[in-house]
Design a protein around this ligand. Structure first.
Ligand SMILES: *Cc1c(COP(=O)(O)O)cnc(C)c1O
Length: 375
């Protein structure tokens, strides 16, 4: 019908944060949103009040925001340096800030693969936005698998894909550290493989869950001009609603990302929120310990159930599969959980369950218990 639209877009499906919707009718009246890996805690009230104060007294609604992100980049560089045990001396010139790391993913794809010049490589199951965004830009996606017991990347397949993909060649490899939905950090074999990828291929290491895993490759960046690390304020720092992410890389690559982004990609309110959480990072990061303790509790509870196969997690979510599942059983389970008031994400033969508050996690266990007992 819309004859002016690119023909390849008709087949695409948009990313859907809550595939079944959050509306439904949970019998309990509360719906625990444990399907998007957000932090269960909102910003503390006093920080919201500070932000409101900044809006009232310092922000000029009629002026464009600071398009250089200078102050925020300085704050992020300081945070990155202090959170890395090995000194890495990251400077603000090594940071680019995006409207969520989703924007940075798109900028990276625009910078590397457009005009038919490149394809991307991903190991499924993994974060879906790499492939979705590539497809919207007409960029081919090459996929390899992961092994069953531990979801390690099939490195033999990945290496041969790198060597044998020619029209167009693979220009970007995307990995998540730790991976979503499977919650495993990169192994030393995977890291060794990434280290030997030739310099004409960009390696994107998405550390969206860094604050939960405390594993980072930032101290190796200086040795790898073809690496870029992505981080976000959407998870540990509780700012999912404000859409702020950042990339860390060598200054030349950052200069390219800065060229590609829209001049005022971050609204003033989001910039202020990100700066505020950087100023109060110690206070906010102190709450991570409780989420990790809850992760242990939820993990133990899930492991008790004979039908659930539970994987260890380095992030703020847990991946489980159903033993001896019959066709469609997992979808039914998901719908039933939602009906009882727990939203989880159904991805590639498994469920990804975000760690919520203690009360939410108890309800998750109770709802799973009740649902699985019926069959
Ligand atoms: C949640 C998440 C992000 C964050 O994206 P934003 O656009 O910054 O909200 C990025 N990568 C992965 C793997 C994620 O799970």
């Amino acid at each position: 019908m819309l004859h002016f639209i690119r023909s390849d877009l008709a087949q695409l499906t948009a990313y859907s944060p809550h595939p079944g919707g959050t509306t439904g009718q949970p019998v309990t009246g509360t719906l625990d949103r444990l399907d998007t890996n957000e932090n269960p805690l909102d910003l503390p009230t006093e920080l919201k009040q500070k932000l409101a104060w900044v809006y009232q007294h310092e922000m000029e609604a009629n002026r464009y925001p600071d398009g250089s992100h200078g102050a925020l980049k300085a704050a992020i560089a300081a945070y990155v340096n202090e959170s890395t045990p090995a000194p890495c001396g990251i400077t603000p010139e090594q940071i680019s800030v995006g409207n969520g790391s989703d924007e940075l993913i798109r900028s990276i794809l625009i910078a590397t693969c457009l005009r038919g010049e490149g394809a991307i490589l991903v190991a499924n199951p993994t974060f879906s936005m790499y492939a979705i965004t590539a497809h919207t830009l007409g960029i081919p996606v090459v996929t390899v698998g992961r092994s069953d017991p531990d979801f390690a990347i099939d490195l033999t397949a990945a290496q041969s894909a790198l060597e044998q993909t020619h029209t167009p060649p693979i220009r970007v490899v995307f990995v998540v550290h730790p991976n979503s939905p499977t919650a495993n950090a990169l192994t030393s074999a995977e890291l060794d493989w990434l280290r030997q990828i030739p310099s004409h291929v960009l390696v994107v290491i998405d550390e969206a869950y860094f604050e939960f895993s405390q594993t980072s490759v930032v101290d190796e960046l200086a040795h790898h001009p073809n690496w870029v690390i992505l981080r976000t304020f959407s998870k540990a720092f509780r700012l999912a609603s404000h859409r702020v992410g950042y990339a860390i890389a060598n200054p030349d690559l950052i200069a390219i990302l800065e060229k590609i982004r829209l001049p005022y990609n971050l609204p003033a309110f989001s910039l202020a929120a990100a700066q505020l959480v950087m100023e109060h990072r110690q206070q906010l990061l102190a709450d991570i310990a409780e989420i990790l303790a809850e992760r242990d509790r939820l993990g133990q509870g899930l492991t008790q159930h004979p039908r659930l196969r539970v994987w260890p997690s380095q992030a703020n979510f847990i991946y489980v599969r159903l033993r001896d599942a019959v066709d469609g059983e997992l979808s039914t389970l998901c719908q039933e959980l939602k009906r009882r008031g727990t939203l989880v994400r159904h991805i590639s033969d498994g469920l990804r369950i975000t760690i919520g508050t203690a009360a939410e996690n108890q309800r998750t266990l109770a709802h799973l218990q009740a649902t699985l007992a019926v069959r």
